[in-house]
Design a protein around this ligand. Sequence first.
Ligand code: AQP
Length: 327
Amino acid sequence: VKTILSGIQPSGLLTIGNYLGAMQHFVRLQDEADCYFCIVDYHAITVPQDPQELKDNIRRLAALYLAVGLDPQKVTLFTQSDVPQHTELGWIMICQSHMGELERMTQYKDKSKKMKSIPVGLFTYPSLQAADILLYQATHVPVGEDQKQHIELTRDLAERFNHRYGEVFVIPEPMIASFGARIMSLDDPTSKMSKSNPNENSYISLLDEPKVIEKKIKRAVTDSGHEIRFDPEEKAAISNLMTIYAQFTGQTMAEVEQHFKGSGYGQFKKELAEVVIDGLRPIQERFHDIYPSSELDRVLEEGAQKARETAQQTLTKVKQALGVGLK
Ligand code: AQP
């Protein structure tokens, strides 16, 4: 049986990129595998966060996990910082990591590029992510395309550890959808849609109101010409919007092209806004019920309890293999 782990950072409001690239697949997987989903708050603090906003984002993310359709009877849902084994194994994985391999991580390079002083945690974050995955002996990690390199690093670290200290870790496989795994920014189709982008018009949040969604889609950049044609090279912006349309309607790209044959950008954007608004409506309705409920606290407490038990089993094996501690 498959064991799945995936996490999302509470570093802003979740975008439709996070949803299409990752979350929507979690819902399907909950019926096929033993699933652990976490809110990786220790990853979020690799860049400065406002404490109150971080707290709100953690709760929003937890509520969204349930609102998109995860069933706490089927999955273990928890917050990373409630399970101290993550930071313990995180340190151990940092000690297995080489400077050079962390320096090669494109997310680190992108995020640190404009910083005057770079937090060390931003640099070592992929080693903590490796710990997140390895603690649960995950066989598969469903993520968007941008995380592929980090999962490859996790595999390398796990193999290195097993080779040095004996077979402790299961080597995980990335699970990346062939389509929709990389949703691009609305204002720039060459950079990926990101929840921490300071320009709110660059993304659609899962909690954006209909009017805001309409406005953002209207403003989204397009390409020269007027055809609705899928061509990521020549028509990157329109192709990105078509991907979003196809994902929300469940249509193939050929069907989308056929549907908009002869239509202009204006008509396309109008219909795109409608399908996104309709697609998000049930999620938003459930969110507003779940967010204030004490049930949410209970789900997270029970999830953390279960996660700690599983995580401790792996950590004990790791410590024994390494020769640290008394036992
Ligand atoms: N644009 C995207 N298209 C498809 N999938 C995406 N993911 C993120 N952006 C896109 C996937 O969402 C999951 C959660 O991501 P994360 O929160 O762990 O961190 P991230 O990849 O760095 O996502 P963001 O939104 O860009 O966050 P910030 O702005 O904080 O860095 C992952 O599975 C990711 O692949």
